[in-house]
Design a protein around this ligand. Structure first.
Ligand code: IPE
Ligand code: IPE
Ligand code: MG
Length: 246
């Protein structure tokens, strides 16, 4: 473990600093097999573990996944409960293995409404992640995350500072806003992958994705393999990012 870096199977070129994934298609994967949706989530969670480890092995510094949106509470209670159980399982596993694996697991989103035991697990993993130091790769789970909700919270924070007299409205810069998002300590994603054939953003990283490259694939998330990640990175490397320049 850790002695040998896994070899890349194909030459995928330079590795992006920050890759984000909208982990979608778990329900359809299960339906195709006549299984309950929760079975799709369980396999999707395994895919997360495999792909997060692979990203760390090939040198991706930040790997961020959309695991539960602010809109996903609309789903049947049974499905929400199954997802919360998976968060419990994977956070416990992260707490136990993070130091050995060298990946700092962090959670972002509006965590205040999550069950108390999940909040404690998030706190515990956060403390272990802090102990790994700044050189560790980071895997971030977005739970009860919504891009609009995040921006609303940043606006509230700035409004409070203006009200307290510590900030003037005309002094507010883009950096002030970015600095009050959940992702304040991360670079913006270079590449955002959405599996399952849906071609929409679904409220993910709205501010941070201003100049991200998108990659869409019909593969359902539970079927997503490290070779799909290679294909996404290779595609990313064929693009020319201009950031509005020439
Ligand atoms: C993504 O898979 C996981 C979550 C949104 C929690 P879905 O559950 O949305 O799967 P589909 O889109 O119904 O196939
Ligand atoms: C986006 O997927 C949220 C996550 C993957 C966590 P959804 O399945 O909730 O998105 P929509 O409803 O198809 O836009
Ligand atoms: Mg979906």
């Amino acid at each position: 473990m850790g002695l040998f870096k896994k070899k890349k199977t194909v030459d995928i070129g330079a590795v992006p600093t920050h890759i984000a994934v909208i982990m979608d298609g778990n329900g359809r994967w299960a339906k195709k097999r006549g299984l309950p949706r929760s079975a799709g989530h369980a396999v999707g969670a395994e895919t997360f573990r495999t792909v997060a480890t692979y990203c760390k092995d090939i040198g991706v510094r930040y790997f961020t996944v959309y695991a539960f949106s602010t809109e996903n509470w609309k789903r049947p209670q049974e499905e929400v409960d199954a997802l919360m159980d998976l968060f419990r399982k994977y956070l416990r596993e992260a707490a136990d293995t993070m130091a050995e694996r060298g990946v700092a697991v962090r959670v972002i989103g509006d965590l205040s409404v999550l069950p108390d035991d999940i909040m404690s697990l998030i706190h515990e993993t956060g403390q272990i992640a802090d102990g790994l130091g700044p050189d560790a790769a980071t895997a971030t789970l977005c739970i009860n995350y919504g891009g609009r909700d995040e921006i609303k919270n940043a606006v509230r924070a700035l409004a409070r500072e203006v009200q307290a007299g510590t900030l003037q409205p005309e002094d507010i810069t883009e950096a002030h806003i970015a600095g009050r998002l959940y992702t304040a300590h991360m670079p913006d994603p270079d590449l955002i992958i959405r599996p399952s054939g849906e071609i929409r953003v679904s409220n993910f990283l709205l501010w941070q994705s201003a100049y991200s490259e998108y990659y869409f694939t019909d593969t359902l998330w539970p079927d997503f393999k490290t070779s799909d990640m290679d294909a996404a990175i290779a595609d990313y490397n064929r693009r020319q990012r201009r950031f509005g320049g020439v």
